[in-house]
Design a protein around this ligand. Structure first.
Ligand code: HEC
Length: 658
């Protein structure tokens, strides 16, 4: 992820803020949250630079979460020297909501996470109207979308969606639901589940959007996988990976918590972004990180985070094994110009859900870049681990020396930047296990470089590579791919390249130094056996109307048509959304666009009583198609901060809106 040169002024401020002494003499008086924010946080967050969320995006977070992020999370290095009351004052200032005093003393290092079920201050995105009738039991159907990838192979393909190709042209919005920063929903029967950034974990009536249950204070944006299992009283359970590196299991019918795992990673910059995946009696949890951001601080001993996969006992949350993908020993490297001792190697964050292969007894994970100049074989790799033991069966690195942290392409380079800088070509998408007509399997993956790969799942041997996009730090292939029985469908973002082309027309220098090539956003279909491109449909340039989009400041109001979100497949049709808010259906055989809807062309009166809520960009894990309906988040605030509104609308489409 790159911090770009439009933030040069901000970068200079970062250094000033980094060396500022903690405010003295405030022991007695109540800390001044605004003054503290201005000296310690503003340089990066107001106006926001690079990947950092802006002030209004921070304002919707539960205040306790901001304190936690600044205490035991990725912002801890930015808040060194601040007391708990000072961090609470910053959170209260940002959110205009008070923070409950911690049980421990004012200088306690770790604020305890809020107890589950403790009342949380309301977030002003509507009224959670409970369904009048008692919720019917969860009943599975053949038309469900129960996990991010639908099945263990992560294909994002629903074979019986309850919609025919002829229905697609008649899709209309049936209901909309407002929430802050929503994740991808999952659907079983007429139950829909989704987490979001404001800490609310919802179970909704999939037909109407009314709230069946709501658990507050769940700091998770992972897609909740829904499984039929005897471990929960109702026979249905769901699992979320939280920001603080724990997993929580809930009864999917009642929202009652079943268990909480121990913290799966001690390094405070670690976090869970990929969906924990169930297979048999095991739950596989990928570990990601915010160290690329923390490392922008010159006082931070960059870098020590190592991506890992853990296997938990489904019934108890107990850890069975944990395997790090970076295995080379951690060692001191050099001192930076501020005198901080640096270390490495580090990296290999696992952003996406793992893919399970019970036939081979393997679980596959796709890893991100390296954070230091000491390269690691575990970065930008596909790794296959034994399901029973966690032992690495094979690991295949596709891009060596991809050493990267935020803030290294700006004219004022951060002091912790690796001496040899890589292009930031993480894997962000889950691998897909695909059965060829010959009966042979191929493991498909897609990288931010814009390359898709086919590998032998037994050995990791590379069978083919096809470049479908030019590639950038935000994709290339960013969040996902889908595969039906015949083809692999790959969405291309190339968003940095799009930005570069926009500013070039204005005679301004590119954001990212050397551009990796022309922007080629769109959707492609590949032959899974050979990688041959079967068709390619470029992302149309079409009008968009969203408000509150930060990228408009530097794109002069031009709509950014990156296809960063993961696509989703049903027989004959592929759904794919773009950061300009357009949501489209493509003919699977030809790539022809057969239906489209601008989610930003109107506002929505939502089920939870927000009137006139705008849509926004579509990014992240993309749509779910289930029970004759199509669900997509409009307004997702992705890493590019393009098309985001802070508040999302979850849109539910049905035939003729009925
Ligand atoms: C040197 C720049 C910098 C400074 C100073 C800084 N931040 Fe951040 N902050 C970032 C970046 C970059 C991210 C995004 C990290 C990511 O997405 O991995 C971020 C993310 C966050 C997030 C969201 C984290 C999440 O997981 O969603 C919060 C909350 C936050 N910062 C709070 C603060 C507070 C409070 C301060 C002041 C004490 C602060 N930040 C100071 C750069 C900074």
């Amino acid at each position: 992820m790159k911090l770009s040169n439009w933030i040069a002024a901000g970068a200079a401020l970062i250094c000033a803020a980094a060396f500022a002494a903690p405010l003295a003499g405030h022991a007695q008086a109540a800390p001044d949250g605004e003054a503290l924010f201005n000296t310690r946080c503003k340089a990066c967050h107001d106006p926001a630079i690079g990947r950092a969320p802006n002030r209004s995006a921070l304002a919707v977070l539960p205040p306790g979460q901001i304190v936690e992020i600044a205490t035991t999370g990725p912002m801890a290095p930015m808040a060194v020297g601040l007391t708990q009351p000072e961090k609470q004052a910053i959170a209260a200032y940002l959110t205009a909501r008070p923070v409950a005093a911690p049980a421990a003393g004012p200088d306690a290092h770790a604020a305890p996470p809020p107890a589950r079920g403790a009342p949380q201050p309301p977030v002003n995105v509507g009224v959670d109207v409970k369904c009048a009738a008692a919720a019917p039991p969860i009943r599975e159907t053949a038309a469900d979308w129960p996990s991010v990838g639908v099945d263990a192979s992560s294909r994002r393909f629903q074979r019986n969606p309850g919609l025919t190709r002829a229905d697609i042209g008649k899709l209309k919005v049936k209901w909309a639901f407002a929430m802050t920063g929503g994740g991808m929903p999952t659907v079983v029967g007429d139950w829909l589940f989704t987490t979001n950034r404001s800490g609310k974990f919802y179970a909704l009536d999939a037909r109407t959007g009314c709230v069946r249950w709501l658990v507050e204070g769940v700091a998770a944006r992972t897609t909740p996988m829904i499984v039929k299992t005897a471990i929960s009283p109702s026979g249905w359970a769901t699992f979320v990976g939280e920001r603080n590196r724990t997993v929580h299991a809930f009864d999917a019918q009642t929202g009652q918590e079943l268990w909480a795992s121990p913290q799966l990673e001690a390094n405070p910059v670690g976090t869970i972004t990929g969906t924990p995946i169930v297979s048999g009696h095991q739950l596989f949890v990928p570990m990601s990180s915010g160290e690329e951001g923390a490392a922008t601080q010159p006082t931070y001993a960059c870098c020590s985070f190592r991506g890992s996969l853990s296997a938990l006992d489904l019934a108890t949350g107990k850890v069975q094994w944990k395997t790090y993908v970076v295995t080379e020993p951690l060692r001191p490297t050099r001192k930076n110009a501020a005198g901080t001792q640096l270390q490495g190697p580090a990296g290999g964050a696992i952003w996406s859900a793992p893919t399970v292969d019970p036939k081979r007894g393997l679980v596959y994970a796709a890893t991100g870049d390296s954070f230091t100049e000491i390269d690691t074989k575990g970065a930008d790799a596909i790794v296959a681990m034994d399901m029973a033991t966690g032992q690495v069966r094979w690991s295949h690195q596709v891009t060596p020396n991809d050493n990267f942290i935020i803030g290294c392409n700006a004219p004022v380079r951060g002091l912790n930047c690796p001496t040899t800088l890589g292009p930031d070509y993480d894997f962000g998408a889950s691998p897909i296990l695909f059965r060829l007509p010959s009966g042979k399997d191929v493991l498909l993956s897609g990288q931010k470089s814009g390359a898709a790969y086919g590998m032998d799942p037994d050995t990791g041997r590379l069978i083919w590579t096809t470049k479908v996009g030019s590639g950038s730090a935000l994709g290339g292939i960013e969040w996902g791919m889908a595969a039906d029985d015949r083809r692999l469908y790959v969405a291309v973002s190339d968003i940095i390249n799009i930005f570069d082309e926009i500013v070039a027309k204005q005679g301004k220098p590119p954001f990212e130094g050397e551009s990796s090539g022309p922007a080629r956003p769109g959707l492609s279909a590949l032959d899974p056996a050979t990688g041959k491109v079967l068709w390619r449909t470029p992302a149309p340039n079409a009008p968009c109307h969203y408000a509150g989009d930060r990228s408009r400041d530097y794109t002069a109001g031009i709509c950014v048509n990156a296809q960063s979100a993961a696509p989703s497949a049903i027989p004959g049709v592929i759904f794919s959304g773009a950061t300009d808010g357009w949501f489209r259906a493509y003919d699977a055989a030809s790539g022809k666009i057969i239906w489209q809807h601008s989610t930003t062309a109107q506002t929505y009166d939502t089920v939870n009583q927000v009137k006139g809520q705008p849509g926004g960009g579509i990014d992240g894990l993309g749509p779910a198609v289930a029970g004759g309906m199509v669900y997509v988040m409009s307004g997702f605030n992705g890493a590019s901060r393009t098309g985001g509104n802070g508040v999302n609308v979850l849109l539910a489409y049905s035939v003729d809106g009925r």
